[in-house]
Design a protein around this ligand. Structure first.
Ligand SMILES: NC(=O)c1ccc[n+]([C@@H]2O[C@H](COP(=O)([O-])OP(=O)(O)OC[C@H]3O[C@@H](n4cnc5c(N)ncnc54)[C@H](OP(=O)(O)O)[C@@H]3O)[C@@H](O)[C@H]2O)c1
Length: 209
């Protein structure tokens, strides 16, 4: 699958490498001209290409947005229309400035800016160093590190679940984009190293099931 990544920082680089190693065609971008990323793309290897932001969004059949939350307004909505967009972002007011989310979850707020995209929240609860190292495609699903996902489009979540499995993790579904408040910074499941089995138990407690 062609995957375009917006953001070539900690998470963007880790996902680019993991997904390219898993056999996908990956293009990355930052906030500048693609020329600034050529060396990095070369270092990442696996045929990863450097793009301008809009071109990365156009290139991807699926797009990953992994830029600082406060830059959400620069996400190019039109080339991502109709596509699955994985949103990894977390809102930190001290980094991102004061933004009125209007009571929405962070990803529902992003999705409002991308109204024709199929937004799935994922990878926001795992530190990039763990993302780089903890995937294990040999382990059974329940014993793999959990990656929490959320979204309003079940088919899109199925695709993201498959990608997560391909890189050695296990997707654990927290529900709709609004439900994804349960996996935002400051919650009990934001950060800890949980297997999928443990993660599902934690979720049951948090959601009162
Ligand atoms: N770090 C983690 O462990 C971690 C874990 C889970 C989730 N997250 C979340 O994931 C997001 C990315 O985190 P990160 O740590 O990878 O960030 P980072 O290392 O600071 O990198 C951010 C990247 O986004 C690019 N960027 C900034 N504005 C952009 C724009 N308007 N269009 C395209 N690219 C743009 C930057 O490019 P320039 O260099 O050109 O500015 C840079 O490549 C954040 O919301 C963060 O909270 C981070």
């Amino acid at each position: 699958m062609k995957i375009g990544i917006l953001g070539a920082g900690h998470i963007g680089k880790a996902l680019a490498r993991l997904l390219a190693k898993a056999g996908h065609e990956v293009g990355i971008s930052n906030s500048k001209d693609s020329a600034t990323l050529r060396d990095l793309a070369h270092e990442l290897g696996h045929g990863i290409k450097a793009f301008d932001r809009e071109d990365a969004a156009r290139f991807g059949e699926l797009v990953i947005e992994t830029i600082p939350f406060g830059k959400y307004a620069t996400l190019p909505a039109v080339p991502m229309e109709g596509k699955i967009v994985i949103d990894t972002a977390n809102y930190y007011p001290e980094r991102d400035g004061q933004i009125d989310l209007g009571g929405l979850s962070e990803s529902a707020f992003i999705a409002r800016h991308l109204p024709k995209s199929r937004v799935v929240k994922a990878f926001n609860t795992i530190h990039f160093e763990h993302l780089e190292k903890q995937g294990d495609t040999v382990k059974p699903e329940g014993e793999r590190r959990a990656i929490f996902i959320a979204g309003d489009d079940q088919e899109a979540k199925n695709v993201v679940t498959r990608l997560i499995g391909e890189i050695g993790f296990a997707a654990v579904d927290t529900g709709s984009l609004e439900d994804s408040k349960v996996q935002q910074p400051g919650t009990a499941i934001y950060g800890p190293d949980l297997t999928a089995t443990q993660a599902r138990e934690e979720l049951k407690k948090l959601q009162g099931r």
